[in-house]
Write a protein that binds this ligand. Structure first.
Ligand SMILES: *[C@@H]1O[C@H](CO)[C@@H](O)[C@H](O)[C@H]1NC(C)=O
Ligand SMILES: *[C@@H]1O[C@H](CO)[C@@H](O)[C@H](O)[C@H]1NC(C)=O
Ligand SMILES: *[C@@H]1O[C@H](CO)[C@@H](O)[C@H](O)[C@H]1NC(C)=O
Ligand SMILES: *[C@@H]1O[C@H](CO)[C@@H](O)[C@H](O)[C@H]1NC(C)=O
Ligand SMILES: *[C@@H]1O[C@H](CO)[C@@H](O)[C@H](O)[C@H]1NC(C)=O
Ligand SMILES: *[C@@H]1O[C@H](CO)[C@@H](O)[C@H](O)[C@H]1NC(C)=O
Ligand SMILES: *[C@@H]1O[C@H](CO)[C@@H](O)[C@H](O)[C@H]1NC(C)=O
Ligand SMILES: *[C@@H]1O[C@H](CO)[C@@H](O)[C@H](O)[C@H]1NC(C)=O
Ligand SMILES: *[C@@H]1O[C@H](CO)[C@@H](O)[C@H](O)[C@H]1NC(C)=O
Ligand SMILES: *[C@@H]1O[C@H](CO)[C@@H](O)[C@H](O)[C@H]1NC(C)=O
Ligand SMILES: *[C@@H]1O[C@H](CO)[C@@H](O)[C@H](O)[C@H]1NC(C)=O
Ligand SMILES: *[C@@H]1O[C@H](CO)[C@@H](O)[C@H](O)[C@H]1NC(C)=O
Length: 643
């Protein structure tokens, strides 16, 4: 029927209906009910930029010429409705999109087995309840669209369904209570990234074939149903980022095939059930950001395939069980921000594959077992904020080839150990300790450093000139020490071609002397600076105009510095500035209007200076206290100007 002249259209249409009516053909053409349903679907598509429905021409046989449609040849009924244009000629996925709403007529495709309208991005409106009539449906893909409203309870009749993908839409309301009751063949259930609420119905336990259950990023509340433990074929269970409360049911231990468990970012409480040790297939254990308490069960040691153990931001207590050393597959341990006590178990040294060990923010006591030196692959060690009373960084740490070392608030005293000079560290955080002495010149040998935090210590010296050699350094925090001298060399340090330009600099609460270099904003290495904090130093001098050239600067804090002169209006050229703190200086003159009207401005404070004149009009609300202590200032929010 290709390339017929349009004038024969009518005749052909008549022919068509005769064929259907009397069943002359062996391979039946499109059933009129189905054709009508598909045409109604097409009619409600308001935009088809990629011409996906281009071949859906009314007088052509939908079974043989319409892209994305496949029929049962004996009945002419449509079996498959798949995203047309999903694959290009080269068999690689192409981008798809359609705008419009879903037609209720789709419910008339009574033989339909596959409905794949996923990832069309712009399908809007509700899921028509008529889809509940599609009792032969095996696969329903409506994911990654703009669909809203609730899941119609009529879908509970889809007892042959094997895959239900509704993720990444704007669905809301509860899951209909009986939705799952007849879905005994369902193997994949994806409802993630919607706004679904209410509790997870216990009838979920009926779907014994279920392998993938993904509800992450919704607003489900209530407790996890005990019946979840019946789903023994589950491979993947993700209910993260919801509002679930109550305990993790002990029955979860029955999920012996489960590979990935993610219950993070909920409000789960109670203790981790010891039955977790029965989940022998687990590779990813993610229970972080809940309110779990009690001990980590010793049975955790049975999870020999586990690669990640992520339990941070809970209230787990007691000792870290020594059996953790049996979890031979572990790459990453995150136990940060719990209330674990006792010693760090030496058995951790058995974990040959361990790359990351984060035990920060607990109540672990020292010393660190030196056996950890044998974890050859360890790259990232964070033991910060534990009462370890370390005094010195254990020298055996140099036997590891760490990229990141965090020993914030661990009781370090004395000078920086010289062996650090030959380390390959890229991140070093030794803040909140009592380290003393000079910032050593050999710091310039740590050429892989990109993040250095030595804040809140007692270093007293000037910045060694070798600091200029840190060509990868992008974040430097030296605040709250007793460092002195000029900062000049920092602003002209070496940088790699793309890396090593500064992202943040905090030199506040030191004894650095000024003035701030006039060319600070001219230097390439400052070009991407987002945060510059030089508060509470005896800097003096004026605020350099060149700061206005820092097009990425969001935070500028220069309080408590004895700066004088006017606030340069050029500062308003740093368009991303959101925080400008200039209080407790000796600044004079008017407040430039441009600064007060920066688009992103949120925090602004010029209190306790010698500013004068009318405060320029501004849109954001700035409290009186931000202008206070400038006798010459007037106008809202201060008192009106006289005359
Ligand atoms: C329907 O789609 C499925 C999956 O793509 C395919 O296996 C099947 O052959 C299709 N049915 C027909 C009648 O083309
Ligand atoms: C198909 O479905 C629509 C809406 O659900 C209905 O109005 C129509 O009569 C049905 N039947 C046929 C044969 O199109
Ligand atoms: C989430 O559900 C709670 C009730 O459990 C409700 O108060 C809240 O408004 C919901 N939030 C959203 C974003 O829907
Ligand atoms: C599932 O777990 C519960 C509680 O741990 C247990 O009583 C039950 O026997 C288990 N069921 C199966 C089928 O293993
Ligand atoms: C520590 O965990 C608690 C929950 O137990 C959380 O409220 C808090 O924000 C976490 N702190 C940090 C720094 O993440
Ligand atoms: C953490 O658990 C302890 C008991 O182990 C309890 O006293 C404390 O209130 C809990 N903290 C939170 C934030 O739940
Ligand atoms: C920096 O890191 C690279 C790559 O890990 C390494 O080869 C090099 O030895 C390190 N340099 C220093 C000075 O440690
Ligand atoms: C730092 O590097 C320089 C030049 O490579 C070298 O002479 C010096 O010994 C190194 N200092 C330390 C403490 O490793
Ligand atoms: C450095 O450490 C201090 C104290 O631990 C912390 O408050 C600060 O945010 C850290 N600096 C950076 C740049 O992360
Ligand atoms: C530091 O860089 C300078 C050049 O900027 C170079 O002469 C010196 O050898 C470097 N020092 C180290 C320790 O790498
Ligand atoms: C601050 O630095 C100056 C030199 O710039 C020095 O005279 C003074 O003693 C230093 N003050 C402290 C408290 O270290
Ligand atoms: C910074 O650069 C501008 C030109 O872009 C120039 O006028 C100014 O003198 C420079 N300032 C310093 C201190 O180098």
């Amino acid at each position: 029927m290709a390339n017929h002249p349009t004038k024969y259209l009518l005749i052909l249409l008549v022919f068509h209906s005769i064929f259907f009516g009397f069943g002359i053909r062996q391979s039946r053409a499109c059933h009129p009910t189905d054709r009508e349903a598909l045409l109604d679907f097409k009619r409600r598509i308001t935009s088809d930029p990629l011409k996906l429905l281009h071949s859906w021409i009314p007088n052509k046989d939908c079974c043989t010429t319409w892209e994305g449609i496949a029929c049962d040849p004996s009945s002419g009924r449509v079996l498959n409705l798949t995203r047309p244009g999903l694959y290009s000629d080269s068999d690689s996925p192409v981008d798809t999109s359609l705008s419009g709403t879903l037609s209720p007529f789709l419910g008339n495709l009574s033989s339909l087995q596959i409905l794949d309208l996923g990832n069309l991005k712009n399908l809007k409106g509700h899921i028509p309840s008529e889809l509940g009539k599609l009792t032969n449906l095996r696969y329903m893909f409506l994911n990654s669209n703009d669909i809203e409203g609730s899941i119609p309870s009529s879908l509970e009749g889809l007892s042959r369904l094997q895959s239900l993908y509704l993720s990444n839409n704007h669905l809301m309301g509860p899951i209909p209570k009986d939705l799952f009751k007849k879905m005994t063949s369902l193997s994949q259930l994806w409802l993630a990234e919607n706004m679904l609420s209410g509790s997870i119905p216990p009838s979920i336990g009926i779907m014994l074939e279920l392998r993938y259950l993904d509800f992450h990023d919704n607003n489900f509340s209530g407790s996890m149903p005990e019946s979840i433990g019946r789903l023994q074929n589950l491979l993947h269970l993700d209910i993260s980022k919801n509002q679930l409360s109550g305990p993790i049911p002990g029955s979860i231990g029955n999920l012996s095939n489960l590979m990935a468990l993610d219950l993070s970012n909920n409000r789960l409480s109670g203790s981790i059930p010891p039955s977790i040790g029965n989940m022998k297939s687990l590779e990813f254990v993610v229970l972080s950001d809940n309110a779990l308490s009690g001990p980590l069960p010793t049975s955790i040691g049975h999870l020999q395939r586990a690669r990640s153990l992520i339990l941070e931001n809970n209230n787990l207590s007691g000792n870290i069980p020594t059996t953790i050393g049996n979890m031979a597959g572990l790459n990453a341990i995150y136990l940060s921000n719990n209330t674990f006590t006792g010693k760090i178990p030496p058995t951790l040294s058995r974990l040959e594959n361990l790359l990351t060990l984060d035990l920060s923010e607990n109540r672990l006591s020292g010393p660190i077992p030196p056996q950890l030196a044998t974890i050859r692959n360890l790259q990232d060690l964070d033991l910060s904020s534990n009462p370890l009373s370390l005094r010195t960084i254990p020298p055996w740490i140099q036997q590891l080839s760490l990229f990141r070392l965090h020993l914030r608030q661990t009781g370090l005293v004395g000078q920086l150990p010289g062996w650090l000079s030959s380390s390959s560290l890229s991140t070093l955080d030794l803040s909140d300790n009592s380290l003393t002495g000079k910032l050593p010149g050999w710091i310039g040998n740590m050429t892989n450093l990109s993040f250095l935090n030595l804040s809140n210590n007692k270093f007293h010296s000037s910045l060694p000139h070798q600091i200029q050699n840190l060509s990868l350094l992008s974040d430097l925090d030296l605040h709250s020490n007793m460092l002195s001298g000029r900062m000049t060399r920092l602003f002209s340090k070496a940088a790699g071609f793309a890396l090593g330009r500064f992202n943040s600099i905090d030199l506040s609460h030191n004894n650095f002397s000024g003035p701030i270099d006039a060319g600070i904003g001219n230097s390439t290495v400052m070009g991407y600076l987002g945060s510059l904090i030089l508060s509470h130093n005896p800097l003096g001098g004026t605020i350099p105009k060149s700061l206005g050239k820092l097009g990425y600067l969001q935070v500028l804090k220069l309080e408590g510095n004895g700066l004088s002169g006017e606030i340069p209006e050029e500062l308003a050229e740093a368009k991303l500035l959101g925080t400008v703190m200039l209080s407790e200086n000796s600044l004079s003159g008017k407040i430039p209007e441009g600064i007060l009207n920066l688009k992103n401005l949120k925090d602004f404070n010029v209190s306790s200076n010698r500013l004068s004149g009318k405060i320029p009009r501004h849109k954001i609300k700035i409290p009186v206290s931000s202008f206070a202590g400038n006798p010459g200032l007037c106008g809202a929010p201060l008192a009106p100007c006289k005359n």
